[in-house]
Design a protein around this ligand. Structure first.
Ligand SMILES: [Fe+2]
Length: 170
């Protein structure tokens, strides 16, 4: 197992009993990895992106436990410290921990996107959220597409999921 696989297992253990959250971060990770590979990220940036995708919502349970809420703000406030603890126990490098924690602390703040890892994490998260939240309204999806999507791969995936027509099942 690679360090990323160990992180995936540790994050599943962290979220145990909550299959919805576990499915969510596994899907976000897969989209993020695909986009990162297709966009030609260097190895270290891809590693940080993949790790951030696994842990990006780590603040949710802590927010629910301590404050009874799990909105984007509380996730961004509580996520980085939880990230540092978890990655520390798995022996991640200090600079990697710093960047991954920053990504976790800003993943709902599109205005602060400052690199391809932050951009792709946000794109991958919303590829999954629109489906999980049942957003089928074309105008809402188009508005998000224009506001957020910048990578060619992210755009293509969003189009395939939310703009392409699939004939009704027989
Ligand atoms: Fe998410």
């Amino acid at each position: 197992m690679t360090q990323l696989d160990r992180l995936a297992m540790a994050m599943i253990a962290y979220d145990e009993g909550d299959p919805k959250r576990i499915h969510h971060f596994l899907k976000v990770h897969d989209f993020a990895r695909l986009i990162g590979l297709a966009e030609g990220l260097d190895e270290r940036t891809l590693f940080r992106l993949e790790a951030a995708a696994y842990v990006h919502d780590i603040g949710i349970h802590e927010g629910e436990r301590r404050f009874g809420r799990n909105d984007g703000k509380i996730q961004e406030d509580l996520g980085p410290a939880e990230t540092e603890k978890l990655l520390g126990t798995l022996g991640f490098d200090g600079e990697d921990i710093a960047r991954i924690s920053w990504l976790v602390g800003h993943h709902h703040s599109y205005g602060s996107i400052d690199g391809p890892d932050a951009q792709i994490l946000a794109e991958a998260d919303m590829l999954v959220n629109q489906y999980e939240d049942g957003v089928t309204d074309r105008k809402r999806n188009e508005a998000l597409y224009r506001r957020l999507y910048r990578t060619e791969t992210g755009k293509r995936l969003f189009e395939a999921l939310y703009f392409a027509e699939y004939p009704a099942h027989a």
